[in-house]
Every structure is written in structure tokens, then in C-alpha cells.
Design a protein around this ligand. Structure first.
Ligand SMILES: [Zn+2]
Length: 310
């Protein structure tokens, strides 16, 4: 699988839109009457062909730049949208609007990894503004914010579930999302980071592992599941804290890219030097949101493209 980092503004959507712009511009130039009529006809046929034979949605992952917190979203080849976490502010709400585009108001699933403010702040508002089918949460919710989230789900008739057993969703067109809540060893943990729902997403050659803010022991417990954790992208747990990113977990995932969602000059000194050293030992490409901002990753013709997000 070839992975390409694209410069900004060269996304496929721009090329498709530019095609129409070029034809429209040509039709408005000083050609004679017949030629202008012909170009206008081509424009009309192209326009309707595009909407009739619209290409399938492509698999995408977007990591929003939310500062010191987590929020990202997944899109499948059949256009299903899954939002994971809502960051420490409303930045993910803005990023989501830009990414989904005008007129898209349907989200298939929202997943809260765990009950901490830096992962859930925008979620109640997303539930208010979008038509959401389902909300998946971990067990052991107790914060005021999680109460607000449950209330927003109830007010908007969203089915909510506190996940207690591993589950895989077939998202169509060979796309699969598997969720892993804490097992018996962690179910009574006082540390909510260890109650994080971990996930493995694979779709059209694109794959991701994310485990919320899980600590090293929880990461290692995930490996006891009879599951192939290999993925191209690993969202680094707990914003690069020294308490996460165990060598055995990174080795099992063996990603190409490590994404660290972290705020600039944060008071926790995330990401830890030891974590960065560890990631470099595995020769991973590192994308830090505090340095590079948001990131869109998509697959096309068995190649993976990285673009700076909105
Ligand atoms: Zn966090």
C-alpha cells in the first residue's frame, strides 16, 4: 500500500468541481453562437451525468484539531458517518460542518470513548444539530457532562447504549468497525481512561486503531482478544502521555502513521518525550495536531493520501 502526503488544495473534490468551472467559463467566452450553444450543451449533459452517475463515497478519516482533547470521524464507501469523541470545546462541531459539507445532516453513529470533558464537550450539540441514529458510550458514566449527553440523546430520540461486550459492525462494501469496551480486569477501574472503548476500523484499504485514553496495561489487555490489530494509522492514546503507548501494542498495530491529538503548550507536557522516542524507534511518521493541525486521510486506487484538514 503506497502512502502519499498531498499538498493542500489538490483533493479529488476540487478537481471534480474545477471541471464544471472550466466548462462554464468556456461557455461564456467569445466563441460564435453555434460553438457557445455546443459548449453549453456539454456543460448541461456533464452536470446531470455527474449527479446521476455520482461516484461512490470514498473511505475517509478526519482528525479534528481540537487542542488538548480528542475528536475524529470516519466515512465509509457507502457514505456512513461515524463520529468518535467531541473534544474539549466546539471546534469539532465546526470541523464536522466543513467536512460534511452543506446539506449533510445525518450521522449514523456517535461513539464516546470515555467520560472525560476533553472527549465529550461538543457531543450534546452535535446531537442537537444532526440527525443521529445511535450513540454508543462506555459503562460507568458519572460526570455532569455525560448526564447532559444522555439528556440530549433522549430529547432528540437517539438510541443510546452503554457498551459492555465487544461488537463488530458490518458497514457495507467490505467496511468493518469493531468496538472493544473494557474487559473484566478493568470494568471496576477507578481510572476512567482505562474504561475507554477501543476501536478498529477498516474500509477500502484504509485502517485505524484508536483506544481513547487507555493506559499501557489496558492496551496490553486488548491484545489478549483474538483479533488482528494491524492498521495503517494509530491514534496515540492519552495525547501522547507516558502512561500509554506500550511497545507491544504499537508492535501489534504496526502502523505507518501515529496521530497525536494534543494542545500547544499544554500543562500536562503531552506528548511525553519517552512516547515520542518510542514512536521514532518504530520509525513511525508522526502527525501532531499542535504542530500540523487537522488531518484528512483517504484511500484511492490502493493508495493512501494525507491532506491537511479544514
Ligand atoms: Zn483525553
Amino acid at each position: 500500500m503506497k502512502i502519499i502526503q498531498r499538498p493542500p488544495f489538490l483533493g479529488g473534490f476540487c478537481i471534480e468541481k474545477d471541471y464544471f468551472v472550466i466548462i462554464f467559463c468556456l461557455s461564456a467566452t467569445r466563441y460564435n453562437y453555434k460553438m457557445r450553444y455546443l459548449i453549453f450543451l456539454i456543460f448541461i449533459v456533464s452536470f446531470f451525468s455527474y449527479y446521476i452517475f455520482q461516484p461512490m463515497s470514498r473511505a475517509e478519516i478526519i482528525f479534528f484539531d481540537v487542542g488538548q482533547g480528542d475528536s475524529f470521524a470516519l466515512k465509509t464507501t457507502t457514505g456512513k458517518i461515524i463520529v468518535v469523541d467531541g473534544g474539549p470545546n466546539w471546534d469539532s462541531l465546526n470541523g464536522l460542518g466543513h467536512w460534511l459539507g452543506f446539506g449533510v445532516n445525518h450521522i449514523n453513529m456517535i461513539i464516546l470513548s470515555h467520560d472525560h470533558e476533553d472527549h465529550l464537550t461538543a457531543l450534546p450539540e452535535i446531537l442537537e444539530r444532526y440527525q443521529v441514529d445511535k450513540l454508543i458510550m462506555p459503562t460507568g458514566l458519572s460526570s455532569q457532562s455525560s448526564v447532559a449527553l444522555l439528556k440530549a440523546a433522549e430529547n432528540n430520540n437517539v438510541i443510546s447504549e452503554q457498551l459492555s461486550t465487544n461488537r463488530c459492525y458490518n458497514l457495507g462494501q467490505d467496511c468493518m468497525l469493531c468496538l472493544f469496551p473494557p474487559d473484566q480486569d478493568f470494568i471496576n477501574s477507578k481510572d476512567k481512561n482505562d474504561l475507554s472503548i477501543a476501536l478498529h476500523f477498516q474500509c477500502d484499504g484504509l485502517s485505524l486503531v484508536a483506544a481513547g485514553d487507555a493506559n499501557k496495561k489496558r492496551e496490553e489487555s486488548l491484545l489478549r482478544n483474538n483479533f488482528n490489530w494491524q492498521a495503517q494509522i494509530l491514534k496515540i492514546s492519552h495525547h501522547g502521555s507516558a502512561s500509554a503507548s506500550s511497545a507491544s501494542f504499537i508492535k501489534a498495530v504496526s502502523p505507518y502513521l501515529a496521530f497525536i491529538s494534543v494542545g500547544a503548550n499544554n500543562s500536562y507536557n503531552h506528548p511525553a518525550k519517552s512516547t515520542l522516542t518510542q514512536l521514532r524507534m518504530f520509525a513511525l511518521k508522526i502527525w501532531r495536531s499542535d504542530e500540523l493541525g487537522s488531518l484528512i486521510i483517504y484511500a484511492n486506487n490502493k493508495k493512501i493520501y494525507l491532506n491537511k484538514g479544514p
